[in-house]
Design a protein around this ligand. Structure first.
Ligand SMILES: Nc1nc2c(ncn2[C@@H]2O[C@H](COP(=O)(O)OP(=O)(O)OP(=O)(O)O)[C@@H](O)[C@H]2O)c(=O)[nH]1
Length: 599
């Protein structure tokens, strides 16, 4: 057995914005991982979008040497994790590489839903969880109240919770001292056959596939022949190393360590996350427990505005999936929108991020259809279908039962706002499962239809609670529900890309609100545009966009050329995100009108 007593592998888990990344940066600064000059704000959030939105999307690892007060130098491998509910699965992956986790709680805000959810994941995986009270520099910090919340809501001992300020640096050394004392060193045998877990893989334009691994037993070095257990393929190692956070090659990666492996793998599927690596000479080594496969929760159709962009769009999606295996796509054709792709996302934030990347990094103009969840359909012939596209819902006469996905949602909210949160849950067809009063906070658990949750629930919850409520949810089951397809007709023609699956009780209301909203969003054209909502053959609501009476240019009295030009340019810019459906031009907003109507 080799001595691993100097290694500490840990993750930082927290609710979004409680300061994980800031604390991680502080560690890097204190352990000299980067010079002052290299220390750009939030080094760990390296993707441009991450930096702009100030959120962590991918898990990152950093290896640092920490000279502790006991005179020993410890190798700290820490893995930063995302805090947003869409990316919860990345958290559990990161935790699989660790023996411990720092639970960072904002000492002003207190415990929030994802603090709880992520902490449970850590405890389930057998990790030592150390509570840290961050943002102690703020006047509203209330360490004693927050400690009590940690004990009452999460149920772990918070007596030793370390107070600190990741921003000012106060108490951060205490955090490091605490973690080297309390987080156990990894166990592993450097002389045993190699067993390494792939925690993450991504595609680098220069290096090919880079995999982040945790070596459980044995060692990996350059030139080794590695066997990827699930694919049975053998690859030769080009390099191994760690992130300091700079990409730094090392002689080897040993049992207990976390670092990267590059082995000439060309596509990300060649190094699947959760897979086990061993040497080609020890093919019989057991497989390490991997991770649960995650399924997309939200689907939407994405269509290039110009059909000439279709191939470029396909290539862009291919490239994006190289780095994001949770993005799913398959070709879709729509009568209204032509050729595009039906894409599956982890949640709305994931969808927005992908859309933004496609537009920014690949310069594509896309129309996105309303997002939807997957419905389970039991056919009369007993076949079970999964429908992620409302326009593909089979004819209702052949359907025996429609089932919708139900999620378990845990909400933490201060008592003062409990009433409005409950009202919202009831409006969204929620069933209360549990309610706990803990100090000033209340934890309520609801079964809610996933369709109601993924679209706008989070925003509604935030406004119902003045920003105080937090939410965590996960898919629970499919349940029979009275669902129908709501079609939208434009000038008498059904537009497939606008179809929705809705609860029968909401049909009238939703149909009416939707046609009203679309009336606002569809610009006036040279003729009347009739918008109708229908279920089966029955029209449930209608509205009309009145024809333009005068040409817009008529207003310019012919003389003012620059004004005329401006107006035309404005029209052109507006047109960019429009799609011609039959004779009618429909803007992007109208396709997403469902996100803009309440209820
Ligand atoms: N006053 C104060 N602000 C802090 C402290 N730590 C972090 N912040 C601020 O809190 C905000 C969120 O910090 P981040 O480190 O990005 O939070 P995070 O938990 O990593 O968030 P995600 O990466 O999105 O999950 C930033 O504006 C930080 O500057 C602190 O100790 N004191």
């Amino acid at each position: 057995m080799s001595d691993l007593s100097h290694i500490r592998n840990f993750s930082i888990i927290a609710h979004i914005d409680h300061g994980k990344s800031t604390l991680a940066d502080r560690f890097i600064q204190m352990c000299g991982g980067l010079s002052e000059r290299e220390m750009e704000a939030q080094v760990l959030d390296s993707m441009d979008l991450e930096r702009e939105r100030g959120i962590t999307i991918k898990a990152h690892s950093v290896t640092l040497d920490y000279q502790a007060k006991d005179g020993k130098v410890y190798q700290l491998n820490f893995i930063d994790t995302p805090g947003h509910v869409d990316f919860t699965y990345e958290v559990s992956r990161s935790l699989a590489a660790c023996e411990g986790a720092l639970l960072v709680v904002d000492a002003g805000q207190g415990v929030e839903a994802q603090s709880v959810a992520n902490c449970y994941t850590a405890i389930e995986q057998g990790l030592e969880v150390l509570p840290i009270l961050n943002k102690m520099d703020l006047p509203q910090a209330e360490p004693e109240r927050v400690k009590q919340e940690i004990e009452e809501i999460i149920g772990i001992d918070a007596t030793d919770a370390v107070p600190c300020s990741a921003k000012s640096g106060l108490g951060v050394e205490d955090v490091l001292e605490h973690l080297v004392k309390r987080i156990p060193a990894p166990e592993g045998n450097i002389d045993a056959p190699l067993q390494a877990l792939i925690i993450d893989s991504w595609f680098d334009n220069y290096l090919g596939v880079v995999s982040l691994v945790r070596v459980k037993h044995g060692r990996i070095k350059k030139g080794d022949k590695l066997l990827v257990k699930s694919t049975g393929k053998i690859h030769q190692v080009d390099s191994v190393g760690v992130f300091t956070p700079k990409h730094t090659e090392t002689a080897d990666l040993k049992a207990g360590e976390v670092g990267f492996v590059i082995a000439g793998i060309k596509e990300i599927l060649g190094a699947p996350v959760g897979d086990t690596l061993t040497h080609s000479s020890t093919p019989d080594v057991g497989v390490l427990p991997g991770f649960q496969k995650i399924k997309p929760q939200v689907y939407a159709g994405l269509f290039p505005i110009s059909s000439e962009d279709f191939e470029a769009f396909r290539e862009a999606l291919q490239k994006l999936t190289l780095n994001d295996s949770s993005l799913h796509y398959e070709p879709e054709s729509s009568e209204a929108l032509g050729f595009g792709f039906r894409c599956g996302f982890l949640g709305m934030l994931h969808m927005e991020i992908i859309q933004e990347r496609l537009e920014r990094e690949y310069d594509l103009d896309l129309i996105t259809t309303a997002p939807t969840v997957v419905f389970e359909v039991l056919m009369k012939n007993k076949e079970v279908l999964y429908v992620d596209n409302p326009s593909r819902l089979p004819d209702m006469s052949s359907v025996q039962e429609m089932r919708e996905p139900i999620c378990k949602a845990t909400i933490l909210v201060p008592q003062d706002h409990l009433g409005s949160v409950i009202t919202l849950c009831v409006e969204k067809r929620g069933m209360q499962r549990d309610m706990h009063f803990m100090g000033n906070q209340v934890q309520v658990v609801y079964d809610l239809p996933m369709n109601e949750v993924v679209l706008d629930f989070f925003d509604r919850l935030k406004s119902a609670s003045r920003g105080f409520a937090s939410l965590d949810y996960s898919f629970d089951r499919f349940e029979a529900a009275n669902l129908v397809r709501l079609d939208i007709l434009i000038n008498g023609e059904k537009v497939d890309a606008l179809a929705l699956i809705v609860h029968k009780d909401n049909v009238q209301y939703k149909g009416r609100r939707l046609v009203e909203k679309m009336q606002e969003l569809i610009p006036r054209q040279m003729f009347d545009v009739a918008i109708q909502a229908a279920v089966g053959g029955q029209i449930v609501a209608r509205s009309t966009v009145k024809a333009l009476r005068k040409n817009v240019l008529a207003k310019c009295y012919g003389g003012d050329v620059s004004r005329k030009k401006k107006l035309l340019e404005k029209q052109k810019a507006g047109k960019k995100r429009m799609k011609q459906v039959g004779r009618v031009e429909i803007p992007q907003d109208a396709f997403l009108a469902v996100l803009k109507v309440d209820g």
